[in-house]
Write a protein that binds this ligand. Structure first.
Ligand SMILES: *Cc1c(COP(=O)(O)O)cnc(C)c1O
Length: 470
């Protein structure tokens, strides 16, 4: 019996060592891989089934290797320095360590009595970051699974504030309400509207101007026409760093219009929020400090593994009303703050521990350098693209570049087929994006490890694939 126990311990140790070796050499390892998978869905499914039989007991070291091999072969590697993709970052090693620690302790953050230590660590990180966007101590702040949960939390806080009966009778006893978001805003607002019983039609897509920012005059007109028609302006959403183009809405003007209409002002800075840490970029977020609530994802530009969103709300009473609950089976409300009764989740993992370790290791200045590095890489890429005859179609100091040229405009090749070809070759990953009906290419500096040589390779892929598909 004891030798069986010793064997299991040896295997566990060997497996941890294998993980440790992989984690410590990650940066150089991933650089040598393809960014995208070559496996078709059916091949991948068959390979998983051939490798793993979950009905029987498997030795952990073997299991670990099989699972890891599936991940290696079957993923788009978003931590690759040439993943110029959506906002999924290369992750800070300190954050990986923190995630393991969170699992080991399995801290339960529903109630303070169970999760106090983790809650206070998270609170320190939330206050440190929140202050950068004008949500200092005294505001409500929580880690969420991501931006979608944070945006939905904002809608619930707005409803609970604007329509006090909403928590009891839902939208039955409320007038028809409207959420205004730009046509470049994130579609999680639609899900939030459905989830709250408002329905998609309550979301008004406000047109954007030539720089893809919300047209404030159009917003003002939409609000006036709603007020005249008996529709209550519930919430104005300012997007700060649109997913497609990085566009930032004119936040101060939106704040004024929202306030005049009695609407909640929410800023969705899921990706862009990190600009607040950089001296040269912070101005982009001007006006976020006036918002009633804000969304900022740590699992985007703060380079920690998903899911780690953040929801900030200036009115703790709104969150307390929106999420209030009492039960006979939870330890009582003995302290000022019970997460299960002021946030959307119930049992909750210590999501924020990875932010505590990553932020603590780098400090605010270290993060500023990381963010500035990515911004500089993007500026270099813009210069290189222009020099090679590409046209940049978005205007933002944030590191996302949307571009096209005359041949792509004529579909020779189209942005979609050019991106597909580049993805299939596996050296780089970029995507097409539809901006105001035009399909263009989109490259985001998503990794803090992207270097000049990676930009050069992207340029040569773009040129090589353009010729090949012409
Ligand atoms: C990514 C994103 C979201 C959604 O966040 P998740 O973390 O994916 O849930 C919301 N808004 C914007 C602007 C985003 O870029």
């Amino acid at each position: 019996m004891s030798s069986e126990h010793d064997d299991a311990r040896d295997i566990l140790e060997l497996t941890w060592i294998a993980f440790l070796e992989e984690a410590l050499s990650w940066e150089s390892t991933v650089r040598g891989w393809r960014v995208s998978t070559t496996m078709r869905p059916d091949e991948l499914r068959a390979s998983v089934r051939a490798r793993l039989d979950l009905t029987k007991a498997n030795p952990l070291d073997h299991l670990f290797e099989e699972v890891r091999n599936v991940l290696r072969a079957g993923l788009t590697h978003v931590t690759h320095p040439r993943y110029f993709g959506l906002f999924n970052p290369s992750v800070r090693p300190a954050a990986v360590l923190a995630d393991a620690l969170a699992s080991l302790y399995n801290a339960q953050l529903a109630v303070w009595a169970h999760g106090g230590g983790a809650i206070e660590l998270e609170r320190l990180a939330l206050e440190t970051l929140g202050e950068r966007i004008g949500f200092g101590p005294g505001c409500h702040a929580t880690f969420t699974t991501g931006g979608a949960e944070a945006n939905a939390s904002a809608v619930q806080c707005a409803l609970a504030t604007r329509f006090p009966k909403w928590t009891q009778s839902g939208v039955r006893d409320t007038p028809p309400a409207r959420i205004y978001v730009s046509d470049q805003g994130h579609h999680s607002m639609l899900k939030a509207a459905r989830m709250c019983g408002l329905g998609e039609r309550s979301v008004w897509e406000v047109p954007t101007d030539s720089s893809l920012s919300m047209d404030a005059v159009a917003l003002s007109r939409a609000i006036d026409s709603d007020l005249a028609g008996g529709v209550a302006p519930l919430m104005v959403v300012g997007t700060a760093g649109a997913t497609g183009s990085g566009a930032v809405d004119p936040l101060p003007v939106l704040h004024e219009l929202a306030t005049a209409a009695g609407a909640w002002f929410h800023v969705d800075a899921a990706w862009g929020g990190a600009a607040s840490l950089s001296r040269s970029l912070a101005h982009v977020l001007h006006g976020i400090e006036r918002a009633d609530s804000a969304t900022w994802d740590a699992h985007k530009w703060l380079c920690v593994p998903s899911g780690a969103g953040m929801f900030f709300c200036r009115h703790p009473a709104a969150a307390a009303t929106a999420f209030a609950i009492t039960t006979g089976y939870m330890p009582g409300n003995s302290v000022e703050y019970e997460p299960y009764a002021s946030t959307m989740q119930w049992t909750r993992r210590a999501i924020g521990l990875k932010v505590v370790l990553a932020l603590g290791e780098l400090g605010l200045d270290g993060y500023a350098r990381l963010i500035d590095h990515q911004t500089n890489m993007a500026e270099r890429l813009r210069v290189q693209l222009r020099a090679r005859g590409w046209t940049i179609v978005n205007k933002t100091p944030l590191p996302v570049i949307c571009f096209t040229n005359d041949l792509v405009r004529k579909g020779k090749p189209s942005a979609v087929s050019l991106a597909n070809r580049i993805q299939a070759r596996g050296h780089c990953w970029i995507s097409p994006v539809l901006l105001k009906g035009e399909s263009v290419l989109r490259a985001c500096i998503t990794s803090y490890q992207t270097r000049q040589e990676d930009l050069d390779l992207l340029i040569s892929e773009l040129e090589g694939c353009a010729v090949e598909s012409a």
